[in-house]
Design a protein around this ligand. Structure first.
Ligand SMILES: [Zn+2]
Length: 269
């Protein structure tokens, strides 16, 4: 028995220079003829996923916080990734509420990694009975550096919270497998969900930002902790998707997100 239902929670979008997401000659990396074009700013959507299984509910990622402008200020990220394309109804807590789901209804809250736009609301689930989960190498990195932030890891998001960790590829609930896909960060994970009608869906999170990043050939991004590991993870996801005939959902792909069944109007079963 696998997962039974899956809801894609569209949490609006940040805005950013596309060069953060795609280092591609002719698209973001400009030729001399295009050198004076304006910076290619684009929506950078953020989503979470709610999975229903016979053994409980799992939330995948927690998007960005309402207080992004103040919280991100020490890092400067608010100038590069303003969370300024979001309606009230799109904030994560509202998205869960639209499905009648309260934090205490969740069995697991899994973070693909602990970056500011994925861990931004995880504190809402502390002390609710939901188990907070991330990869062991992500936890080691995110809690291990000195100071309040490094890159896009911001301790204000997660410091003091108790994370259970997984290592290797782990079936955490029936039909829900967390897939190690490091490179973007030391412990980035993707999520595989097996559904009765839809079949397999793979949520890449930031292991693959865009359909264009997936290729083939894979096209890297500006924020990659380990480029060799990143390429290997993309190929791992590609192999898994081919073997399972999966629908692959990318981490920040605006065009693709618009094409998906989105909550609360529609879901996957
Ligand atoms: Zn990230």
């Amino acid at each position: 028995m696998g997962a039974t239902r899956l809801h894609v929670l569209d949490c609006g979008a940040m805005s950013c220079d596309l060069t953060w997401l795609l280092l591609k000659a002719g698209t973001t990396i400009r030729s001399r003829g295009d050198r004076d074009l304006p910076a290619p700013w684009t929506p950078c959507p953020t989503h979470a996923v709610l999975v229903e299984t016979p053994d409980g509910l799992l939330l995948w990622d927690t998007s960005c916080p309402r207080d992004w402008e103040a919280r991100w200020k020490p890092t400067g990220l608010q100038e590069f990734f303003p969370y300024d394309r979001v309606e009230e109804e799109q904030y994560l807590d509202r998205r869960l509420g639209q499905l009648g789901v309260a934090p205490e209804d969740l069995r697991y809250v899994v973070l693909s990694h602990l970056h500011f736009d994925h861990a931004g609301n995880v504190r809402q689930f502390a002390g609710t009975g939901a188990r907070l989960v991330c990869n062991d190498k992500e936890k080691e990195f995110a809690f291990g550096f000195d100071g309040p932030f490094t890159g896009a890891h911001l301790k204000a998001d997660y410091e003091g919270l108790d994370f259970a960790t997984v290592s290797g590829d782990t079936e955490i609930l029936p039909g829900v497998t967390l897939v190690e896909a490091p490179g973007h960060t030391p412990g980035t994970m993707a999520m595989r969900v097996d559904l009765p009608e839809t079949g397999t869906m793979i949520f890449t999170s930031d292991a693959v930002y865009l359909g264009e990043s997936f290729g083939p050939p894979a096209v890297p991004a500006a924020i990659v902790a380990d480029l060799g590991a990143w390429y290997a993870s993309v190929e791992k996801i590609r192999d898994l998707a081919a073997r399972t005939d999966a629908t692959v959902v990318f981490g920040h792909d605006a065009g693709q997100l618009r094409s998906l069944r989105r909550s609360p109007e529609a879901y996957y079963s």
